[in-house]
Write a protein that binds this ligand. Structure first.
Ligand SMILES: Cc1cc2nc3c(=O)[nH]c(=O)nc-3n(C[C@H](O)[C@H](O)[C@H](O)COP(=O)(O)OP(=O)(O)OC[C@H]3O[C@@H](n4cnc5c(N)ncnc54)[C@H](O)[C@@H]3O)c2cc1C
Length: 346
């Protein structure tokens, strides 16, 4: 039983209930872990290679980054490639038992945020709320042609929702890990001395990650909520929703300031602004807009956390001794390269 999950109190002592809860959780966490860790790992490895410039692609680069990049892609492929994990998530993440736990996790993140405000837990809770709202919406909504949005064969909808969930779960696990370190670190001689600084640094990283997760979830959800609606055009239907300049001038006399709310105004001779069509509305998705607005404001402080974490990293000492073996060919090339001017790490 995790202390952060209020859904598991009392009744969870029943072994059958405990099994059902754990089964629902594992059916999501197992594919999510395989999918997100390997995929994100491969993306991060590409960035690590890129940091070193052309040197990063060579075998001489310390850490064999290019080899690890390929290894990461291998991990993403075997034992079930990404699409297979997404397919499984598509089914398991809509289980009522899992969703009940997900709601409890969201509430727990808010509570964690009240004691650890710099951890990004509040940002994450807002993103979790948005994901859940979007899932409920997609299960009822249809596209512009009246076709159901959320069903097994429509991977353009279900797969991105699975990806978005993985961002949330990864960030949640990271926050819970740091809380565990904070709780128990003092009794571990390996970290006890520097516990306060370590927890602060890792909390900043949590905040950065939560902000990135929130950004990904916000983007994915907005695309799915609005992307299947037809964009209004300058046809009779679209124009009928616009104000005309004369009409607006008349309204302005009785309702001063109304012009500020008119997004699309047709000129006296009937010409419309030069753009794709009248701006799309948000009928049925007003609560989504509120969540989106809130989520953007929840990102406050995340870049300050990133600056702090970067400052900390710049003060870390990297040991001279390599912690990995050199291969024979690289070792001999490294021996030669010591006679060359040292490459500046820029
Ligand atoms: C280094 C390495 C070691 C391996 N070792 C073993 C081993 O020991 N034993 C063993 O049995 N196998 C092994 N494999 C094979 C591995 O399990 C398969 O490569 C993997 O399951 C992907 O199958 P595939 O290559 O046929 O690709 P495919 O299944 O053809 O996939 C191709 C693409 O289609 C996507 N896709 C697949 N199914 C769907 C779907 N239903 N809907 C949407 N998209 C889909 C995939 O995500 C992928 O992008 C190994 C592979 C590697 C790279």
């Amino acid at each position: 039983m995790r202390p952060d999950n209020p859904a598991r109190t009392g009744i969870e002592r029943d072994p059958l209930v405990e099994f059902v809860l754990k089964d629902a959780e594992a059916n999501v966490l197992c594919p999510a872990t395989k999918l997100w860790n390997t995929g994100h790992g491969a993306n991060v490895m590409r960035e690590a290679v890129s940091l070193m410039g052309g040197y990063g692609i060579t075998e001489d680069c310390p850490g064999f980054l290019a080899g690890k990049w390929m290894d990461a892609q291998l991990e993403a492929t075997y034992e079930g490639p990404e699409a297979v994990q997404r397919r499984q998530l598509t089914i398991t993440m809509t289980s009522e038992v899992f969703l009940a736990q997900f709601r409890a996790w969201t509430a727990a993140m808010r509570r964690i945020a009240s004691t650890n405000p710099g951890s990004g837990a509040c940002t994450l809770a807002s993103a979790m709320q948005m994901w859940l709202w979007t899932l409920n919406h997609l299960q009822k909504a249809t596209d512009a042609a009246g076709n159901k949005l959320y069903h097994g064969q429509r991977q353009g909808v279900t797969f991105p929702m699975a990806d978005a969930l993985c961002w949330l779960l990864a960030s949640r696990c990271q926050i819970l890990d740091v809380l565990e370190l904070e709780r128990r670190g003092a009794s571990d001689p390996a970290v006890a001395d520097s516990l306060t600084g370590t927890v602060q640094f890792l909390s900043d990283l949590c905040h950065v990650q939560a902000a990135q997760a929130a950004g990904e979830v916000g983007r994915i959800c907005a695309e799915l909520v609005f992307g299947y609606n037809r964009h209004p055009a300058w046809d009779d239907e679209g124009i009928s929703c616009c104000f005309s300049a004369c009409e607006l001038a008349e309204y302005e006399e009785t309702m001063p300031g109304i012009s500020a709310f008119a997004t699309d105004v047709l000129s006296v001779d009937g010409r419309h602004p030069r753009k794709a069509g009248p701006c799309a509305g948000c009928a049925g998705a007003e609560s989504f807009m509120q969540l989106q607005n809130k989520l953007s404001r929840c990102l406050s402080g995340s870049r300050l956390a990133k600056d702090r974490a970067a400052q900390t990293v710049s003060a870390v000492m990297i040991p001279e001794a390599l912690d990995y073996p050199l291969r024979a060919s690289s070792a001999s090339r490294a021996a030669v390269s010591t006679q060359l001017p040292r490459r500046r790490a820029t």
